[in-house]
Design a protein around this ligand. Structure first.
Ligand SMILES: [Zn+2]
Length: 224
């Protein structure tokens, strides 16, 4: 069985990569350059693939910035809400594009499964991370190409703390902390216990809180 992982180099997709590696014989990664404010996440993704000897294909979709408005691809405060009440960091149709292109690639290499780290539990307000959306696009892409590629979402109902727990189960906690990148401000100088980051932006906050929660649970178990 062959799997393609949509891999950004963040905590979630890094955990998914190891999850996939532990379950599928052949694994490839697909990463997107969509004009992120910082290329650090992509550099991290590249490094992890090299470390694990996994083939990575990087697709340049930097044109995205010319058709969407998002604080993640241009200047703007990622802490604000946009006019629809969605986080300013939301990139309209991003996951739809990612999945559609990764699905094409999966067809090209004859993969059976597409893995993405989207998650609706720690719902950051991104509508394209919900299971209903994933089911809809799985149906649409397969229907539109006479394919039968399953979209797996191992993190869909996990909290950030449970994603840390999963990293332990998949034997990749150190890799997640050391090599994955989450910080919206691209900070790679400050090493916190949960990983590199500015420790101030919403992405760092989410990751830090998840790590604290995971750690407190782990400490309780240890004390028994
Ligand atoms: Zn940060």
């Amino acid at each position: 069985m062959k799997a393609v992982v949509i891999f950004s180099g963040g905590q979630d997709s890094t955990t998914c990569l190891y999850w996939t590696k532990n379950r599928y014989k052949e694994v490839e990664c697909i990463s997107f350059n969509y004009g992120q404010k910082h290329s650090i996440e992509l550099d991290c993704a590249k490094k992890i693939c090299e470390l694990e000897g996994i083939k990575q294909t990087i697709i340049d979709i930097s044109f995205l910035d010319t058709i969407v408005k998002s604080a993640l691809t241009s200047n703007g405060d990622v802490n604000q809400l946009n006019e629809k009440g969605l986080p300013a960091s939301f990139v309209p149709n991003r996951n739809q594009l990612f999945i559609t292109m990764a699905h094409s690639y999966a067809q090209k290499i004859g993969a059976d499964v597409l893995v993405t780290g989207v998650c609706q539990t720690d719902y950051s307000g991104y509508p394209d991370c919900r299971e209903t959306f994933i089911k809809a696009i799985e149906w649409a892409t397969n229907m539109g190409s006479s394919s039968n590629i399953k979209i797996e979402t191992p993190l869909m109902y996990l909290t950030k703390a449970q994603t840390f727990e999963l990293a332990v189960e998949e034997d990749c906690l150190l890799e997640v902390i050391k090599y994955s990148h989450t910080c919206y401000n691209g900070n790679r100088e400050k090493l916190n216990d949960y990983g590199y980051g500015c420790d101030k932006c919403p992405a760092c906050e989410l990751r830090r809180n998840g790590y604290r929660e995971y750690n407190s649970k782990f400490s309780i178990i240890k004390n028994f």
